[in-house]
Design a protein around this ligand. Sequence first.
Ligand SMILES: Nc1ncnc2c1ncn2[C@@H]1O[C@H](COP(=O)(O)OP(=O)(O)OP(=O)(O)O)[C@@H](O)[C@H]1O
Ligand SMILES: [Mg+2]
Length: 450
Amino acid sequence: MAKAALQHACTECGYSAGRWFGKCPGCGAFGTLVEEKAASSATASAKPLLRLVDVAADEAERIPTGVPELDRVLGGGLVPASLVLVGGEPGVGKSTLLLSALASISKERRALLVTGEESTAQVKLRAARLGGAEKVEILAETELETVCATLESERPNVCVIDSVQTLYSPEIGSAPGSVAQVREAAARLLRVAKEADIAVFLVGHVTKDGTVAGPRVLEHLVDCVLQFEGDRYHAHRVLRATKNRFGSTNELGLFEMTGAGLVGVPEPSELFGRGAEGEVGAAVACALEGTRPILLEIQALVAPTDLAMPRRVGTGVDPKRLAMIVAVLGRHAGVALASSDVFVNVAGGVRIEEPGADLAVALAIASAARGVPVHEGLAAFGEIGLTGRLRPASQAERRLEECAKLGIATVVVPAGTTARTPARLAVAETLRAALEAGLEPRATSEEAAA
Ligand SMILES: Nc1ncnc2c1ncn2[C@@H]1O[C@H](COP(=O)(O)OP(=O)(O)OP(=O)(O)O)[C@@H](O)[C@H]1O
Ligand SMILES: [Mg+2]
């Protein structure tokens, strides 16, 4: 008989090999490979097949979590018997968010919190601060078998496991939080969730580079992966789905951390879309996050540098996209930046991934480079092509409505954008034309400076 296969798996990337390495060949991390027993293959018998037409499936009613921003990101509420992974850096507010959700779910359904990280007394203190969580049931336990057995016998409607990294199964030799343990815990909980019809939230810790710690396989197992972001020094937190089997992944939830817990921000444009008038290097973008348009202030700083490779630093914008915009500005719009550092920042710690924000980023950089402000009450959206031509952005009507609601006087848009809204449009075909339409004329500022 062949020797029982012993695998070594990386806790960072899930790479698995037959022997141990000090440095993971998959991701290059040191000391992350741990022993893991390979599953034994049992003989199985065939099962009869079904045709899809014969499958009975009724669209289960979603469970409202009572946190509208969370519902939005989940795609309209929690799907019963689903497994949702919530990742986030330490202290970002994962436990707070899920406890407030449990509190409102517990009013109509059974809600259970399994805490492996905090004592019941600690949870009680937080619950007292948030309020309304009296009916939430709690279990302080880290042993996986006990948790699963309790879930099967109690059958709550919704359960939060805080956190999946603390769960431990003695059957598996390795330490809690290791790749084998986390994977086993998720797989077991998945089975229990489907069999006992429990919607399970798994809290997962995140590594420095933002991936959910432990194996990436966790992300494949679960139905939804939510990322909770925002730095500790800002009160604003962003919740977004990176995977969702029951809804769109580009919805965004915005929260503010207060003493009484996380409060949703239903009107983010009010908060992030208002810059000081006449400021050099600031422009307002109308970005679309999922189905929701958001006005965001984009700030840029252009500073002379002696570096051979000038710096292009973006907070909240994709660095590749930023490098491209800088290059197009230089090549097609006459904004020379080859000997300048360029810094770009999106207000409020929000991260934009959508190309529709390109034009506002370019406007902010051009404004900073030329030292002239953007016209008052102006917003912009549109994708910049490598040729310097602008491409229409999706769902223009929605964005224009948002601009009108916030009292934006003029919107710079790519040619081809049609609108029924009363907002005044400055249609531009190329980036050069858009800069002309968006920026105050250079002469006035030079005269003022002289
Ligand atoms: N009394 C308070 N007033 C305002 N904010 C508070 C208060 N107490 C805690 N917080 C906020 O709650 C945050 C911690 O939230 P929480 O414990 O939910 O985070 P977490 O993501 O679960 O962290 P961990 O990874 O450590 O479990 C703190 O960073 C702080 O911003
Ligand atoms: Mg916590």
